[in-house]
Design a protein around this ligand. Structure first.
Ligand SMILES: [Mg+2]
Length: 105
């Protein structure tokens, strides 16, 4: 499923509930930060080895997977509302990082 298709799915979900009025850039950015915190909380207090095996526990794996979906969903909505091409933005930022951090140094 493409980025645009996912954005259409999320926009339709919001539109059918009349939630578009709540999806201001500020609210979406704050929701994104909150969901990132919920994802981080799934790893809180795990040691490195436990965190590497987090997907071995079905209940924990489901929690991590659903928080990842929340994070991505709010990022996709924010990009949609702000008319940001996420694929182009990732390419742009990767080029910036290539210049900042040359490989092999
Ligand atoms: Mg969540």
């Amino acid at each position: 499923m493409s980025i645009a298709t996912l954005q259409d799915l999320l926009a339709d979900f919001a539109d059918r509930r009349d939630w578009g009025r709540f999806h201001t850039p500020k609210n979406l950015a704050m929701a994104l930060a909150g969901e990132a915190g919920e994802l981080a909380a799934e790893f809180q207090w795990l040691d490195p080895e436990q965190s590497a095996r987090v997907m071995d526990d079905p209940a924990k794996a489901e929690a991590v997977r659903l928080e990842m979906a929340d994070v991505l969903s709010y990022l996709l909505r924010l990009a949609d509302v702000l008319d940001v091409d996420l694929e182009a933005a990732v390419r742009e930022k990767t080029a910036v990082n290539e210049a900042r951090f040359p490989a092999g140094r």
